[in-house]
Design a protein. Sequence first.
Length: 124
Amino acid sequence: MPRRPQRDDRGQATVELALVFPVILLLLLLLIQVGFVVRAHILTTHAAREGARVAAVGEDPMAAAVASSGLDPRRMDVERSGGDAPGETVTITIEYDAPTDVPIVGRLLDDVEVRAEATMRIEG
């Protein structure tokens, strides 16, 4: 009976890894980018709350929002609405263009606009 040659499977795992690795790397970079956008959203929410708190006591909400957030002020738009008299409410709305600059993934996505709003009662 003739002998069949044995199959050599030694390189199979290496080839499979080489095929799957780029997909895993892309998913990891996408996850990192999502983390940066979530961080920007949290900082924008914090900046809106801080701006509303400062506006409620009669100071400049823009300066407080920019100083407290750690976000790039050139990408931030702060809007104040509401009354000026004690007992009324003031609303601070912040829109921030979160950059998508993670390698590879950032080029595939546009910048993400994050929006936060906070309302507080004006102190007397």
